[in-house]
Design a protein around this ligand. Structure first.
Ligand code: PHE
Length: 507
């Protein structure tokens, strides 16, 4: 069976594919959006605390776990379920693999919704929809905004009263005109984004498009298509981001983003923020659900795991920081106000930057093509996990496995796509379906998977096996890694998870 399994062309192929899995919407969309949300929108000082914890989590927890995950994959030479089964026959460990397959499928379901947004945005950019910066809203919308700020429901009598109060609080007509004007302005790309979210047909349609493209690539086998394109398009994405960093750094007020991102205000640090940053680190590095394990299963025993893990984590973190700098810089420099706690940052702030640049339309198209591609290299790795499981464990042919997995995951994605429109009021514990998929996977399942993966590598693999896998590093480094996967990483994650649960119960 091993003979039939694919293999990477070389170490670079593995690093590129693994970095392709890691670098995606987690970096471009989610990291800046979570940092923005953690920062408390207005001054964003909390963003610094989030970034700080995130970097610590990557260095102390995620890199050791990544080494563990690749190691298990390479020794097991199978999908996540099979790898644990082969390495510890008859034990309960394969359950970790099942958890991973399930988690990966849930992530893919909601992730593909956002990935679909990037496709729509290529089109929006191509028809030059972002030709304006600000637009005025109707009086009705102004009333809604006044009430929203005062936290009263728009359809109530209270809202009428609030609106009256607002109007009468500005005695001077000129003063009133100014206050109304301020409320009336809207960032045009922000309006476009929310109009797009409100369309159930478009949301489900683009989800379908993205799932179909992902399935087509996984059907054809990962190595030839995706690996070849990754070599060209991923470096292009880094270059483009670097260009944007330079551009934003030279905008008036753009450098303020550095303060928000890198000067931590530790008073904002709480367990929620710790879990958010830890969960995001796992998500961004594709850890805790078997994606790295599966990619590791195609890695030759001659290649070095440790330096690959550092390269992947370094690249991923750099992209996340660059994206956050660009988006924060644009928000502060252009004074953008973005609705909905920043979920649309990537789709609102970026077009505004390009709008003010020569050749902006073309650059906007290129940017969203690259973003869509970054998303695709991640969705492919997610679908590959579920497919590899079906192929290896249930002996289903690749085409059948891929179509079956993609169809089920598409069906799971539909309620996520409708979370922004038809099902927006359908909430459990205040969370929409989209939020539930996001929260439970990133903040619960991935860290829990991380604990189990590190415990397995630390306690179940024998020392000789670990040394064999990490042949390239000196003995003390193996011991250090072993200590972190046996104790540091699992205990740190466990402490945050349990602390949060207890906090919820007691508080
Ligand atoms: N790491 C990917 C990103 O940041 C998302 C992902 C998570 C991919 C888990 C695979 C597994 O976009």
């Amino acid at each position: 069976m091993n003979g039939e399994r694919g293999a990477w062309a070389g170490r670079l192929g593995f690093i590129l594919a693994a970095a392709g899995s890691a670098v995606g919407l987690g970096n471009l969309w989610k990291f800046p959006y979570l940092a923005y949300k953690a920062g408390g929108e207005a001054e964003w000082h909390g963003a610094g605390a989030f970034v700080f914890v995130y970097l610590l989590a990557v260095a102390l927890v995620c890199i050791p776990v990544m080494i563990a995950e690749i190691m298990i994959g390479r020794r097991g030479r199978r999908n996540p379920v099979g790898a644990f089964r082969v390495l510890r026959p008859g034990s309960k460990w394969p359950l970790v693999g099942y958890l991973g397959v399930l988690t990966g499928s849930l992530i893919l379901a909601y992730y593909s919704v956002v990935a679909g947004w990037t496709v729509e945005y290529i089109y929006k950019a191509a028809i030059a929809e972002f030709s304006r910066y600000e637009v005025e809203v109707t009086d009705e919308e102004v009333r809604r905004r006044v009430c929203e700020e005062a936290k009263v429901k728009p359809e109530t009598k209270d809202c009428d009263r609030k609106y009256e109060e607002f109007l009468s609080s500005h005695k001077d007509p000129e003063d009133l005109a100014r206050a109304l004007k301020e409320k009336r302005l809207e960032i045009y790309p922000d309006r476009l984004f929310h109009a797009f979210l409100a369309s159930p047909v478009k949301q489900v349609g683009f989800l379908f498009v993205f799932m179909a493209i992902t399935a087509a690539i996984v059907l054809g086998g990962v190595s030839s298509g995706i690996e070849r394109w990754s070599r060209i398009l991923m470096p292009l994405l880094y270059v483009m981001l670097l260009g944007l960093v330079v551009r934003v750094a030279t905008l008036p007020g753009g450098l303020k983003a550095l303060d928000s991102l890198f000067v931590p205000d530790f008073s904002r640090l709480d367990l929620d923020l710790l879990l958010l940053a830890l969960g995001q680190a796992f998500f961004s590095l594709s850890l805790g659900m078997g994606a790295m394990l599966t990619y590791g299963s195609y890695l030759s025993p001659k290649e070095r795991i440790s330096s690959s893990a550092f390269a992947i984590a370094g690249l991923d973190t750099l992209v996340a920081l660059m994206a956050a700098f660009v988006i924060f810089g644009a928000i502060s420099s252009y004074g953008l106000s973005i609705r909905g706690a920043g979920i649309g940052n990537l789709f609102t702030a970026v077009p505004v930057i390009f709008l003010h640049m020569p050749g902006g339309t073309f650059l906007t198209i290129v940017f969203y093509v690259l973003a869509a591609f970054a998303a695709l290299t991640s969705t492919v790795s997610l679908l590959e996990v579920a497919s590899a499981y079906l192929i290896d464990e249930h002996r289903i042919s690749r085409p059948r496995a891929v179509i079956l997995a993609a169809s089920v995951i598409f069906a799971l994605g539909v309620p996520c796509a409708l979370s922004f429109n038809l099902l927006s009021d359908f909430k459990v514990l205040g969370l929409t379906c989209f939020d539930i998929f996001d929260y439970t996977t990133s903040n619960l399942a991935l860290p829990a998977g991380g604990i189990l993966i590190s415990l397995f590598a630390g306690w179940m693999l024998r020392r000789e096996e670990q040394i064999e896998e990490l042949f390239e590093v000196p003995g003390w480094a193996v011991s250090l890694w072993r200590f972190s996967v046996r104790f540091v990483a699992p205990l740190a994650i466990f402490a945050v998870l349990v602390g949060l649960l207890l906090g919820r119960v007691v508080g």
